[in-house]
Design a protein. Structure first.
Length: 219
């Protein structure tokens, strides 16, 4: 995982922890919340792994039962062991396997982010996460004004919090950091929306950011 991709993911979790006006937070506060965010991420990954044990057991029992009741083994003497048989991959099993792969990917990502963040105090992930937070703190009014201006037909105060935070991170990068290709910023903001919000949210985020890029002539 690239350090900045991890930083955006962590920044989104960090932003969700803000309980006061952002100007009331210091850089040390950001660091403390950052550590809390890493714990949240790894705890969620651990909980996902625990939840997946049940479906894994179900799949194992299904396979064992299918093998035992297959006509090949039913014809064999009782005293001999079953032999492996072809297993049709049903849509139900395919869906379960896909879910397991998704959880495995999230868990791996959580471990990588935790490792990136805690190995050293000046890690790239932590540094870039704090940079996003500090820049948003300096320009929070302007960033939120961008969202209000381009989220046509949406009441800013009624927007889903996670969608606002994704936009806040991306707009901060686009306008006030400006060292990352805008396509990367938009693509990863859209992916965060798909992962943590809805398909509708990803389209909304993409539309708002496209307007920000056009309005500011970002190349």
């Amino acid at each position: 995982m690239q350090a900045r991709r991890a930083a955006r993911e962590l920044a989104l979790i960090l932003f969700s922890q803000f309980e006061k006006v952002i100007t009331k937070y210091s850089t040390d506060d950001f660091k403390q919340i950052l550590l809390k965010s890493v714990r949240i991420l790894t705890n969620n990954a651990g909980n996902d792994l625990k939840l997946v044990i049940g479906p894994l057991i179900d799949m194992k029992e299904y396979i064992d039962e299918y093998e035992a009741n297959h006509e090949t083994n039913l014809k064999r003497p009782m005293e001999v062991s079953d032999v492996p048989v072809p297993l049709p991959l049903t849509s139900d099993m395919s869906e379960k396997i896909e879910k397991l792969l998704d959880i495995a990917e999230k868990t791996l990502m959580a471990i990588e982010i935790a490792e990136f963040t805690t190995l050293e105090n000046t890690s790239d992930v932590q540094a870039y996460t704090l940079k996003i937070s500090d820049e948003y703190k300096k320009h929070h009014d302007e960033v939120d004004d961008e969202i209000k201006a381009f989220a046509k037909g949406w009441d800013f105060d009624r927007l889903v919090r996670i969608d606002k935070d994704i936009l806040r991170i991306a707009i901060t990068e686009l306008i006030y950091i400006e060292e990352v290709p805008h396509k990367v910023v938009v693509d990863e903001a859209v992916e965060l929306a798909k992962k943590y919000s809805t398909e509708e949210s990803s389209s909304f985020v993409n539309g708002v950011l496209a307007k920000v890029i056009y309005e500011h002539g970002i190349k």
